[in-house]
Design a protein around this ligand. Structure first.
Ligand SMILES: Nc1nc2[nH]cc(C(=O)O)c2c(=O)[nH]1
Ligand code: SF4
Ligand SMILES: [Mg+2]
Length: 203
């Protein structure tokens, strides 16, 4: 049975994306080769994991909560062999959402895929095609244009494409205004994104 390096597991509300506001069981796996300078979970790739848990141990703990779905995040969770963990959740009737940057080629089947490609890192085509929703994390107006130039060909058919301010810029009036103007200009599937859990003081 696979054992996973864990930063933390917790039951909270999904703070991001189309499922924002729903109860979700989070599994934050350790390790990320992408190393974004503004990463808000640097403890997921610096230092060491806090514990190791098997797929059954993780899914058993989640099944004690009332969650409909688990969110496997990181770090970059897809550097680990995830299918066994996904199957363990499914055996217990829990759906699985994955948060990835698309760093690895897609080799898993999940119920929902949130892809947050990064401008400085390679994004595998397989995730760009399969993702249910996209999330562009932006630090400046220029980055909004760069994301749309680089990934504009993949927006069609997505359930939503969020443009979300990087957390230290989440009160930057100029950047927020640029996000609103971009959404107004292009329309669907673009949406202004936000981190709801941080407004609620949740993890
Ligand atoms: N509440 C909550 N929702 C989240 N959605 C995506 C998260 C992530 O860190 O990937 C996250 C997170 O860290 N907390
Ligand atoms: S891909 Fe995600 S976890 Fe990895 S450094 Fe970037 S923001 Fe942090
Ligand atoms: Mg987070």
């Amino acid at each position: 049975m696979a054992v996973y390096p864990i930063v933390e597991t917790f039951y909270s509300i999904q703070g991001e994306g189309l499922y924002a506001g729903a109860g979700a069981y989070f599994v934050r796996l350790f390790g990320c080769p992408v190393k974004c300078p503004w990463c808000d979970t640097k403890n997921s790739w610096t230092g060491k994991p806090n514990l190791s848990l098997s797929s059954d141990e993780i899914a058993n703990e989640a099944s004690l909560s009332s969650c409909d779905f688990a969110v496997i995040t990181g770090g970059e969770p897809t550097i680990h062999p995830l299918q066994e963990l996904i199957d363990a959740f499914h055996e217990r009737g829990i759906k699985v959402h994955i948060e990835t940057s698309g760093y690895m080629p897609k080799n898993i089947e999940a119920d929902w895929i949130t892809l947050s490609p990064k401008l400085h890192s390679h994004t595998h085509e397989s995730y760009l095609e399969a993702a249910d929703e996209l999330k562009f994390i932006v630090s400046s107006e220029d980055e909004i244009s760069l994301y749309l130039e680089k990934f504009g060909g993949y927006l069609r058919g997505k359930k939503a494409v969020f443009i979300t301010p990087e957390f230290s810029k989440s009160r930057d009036a100029e950047l927020l205004n640029s996000i609103c103007e971009t959404v107004k200009l292009y329309g669907s599937p673009l949406r202004a994104g936000w981190q709801l859990h941080k407004c609620f003081g949740a993890i």
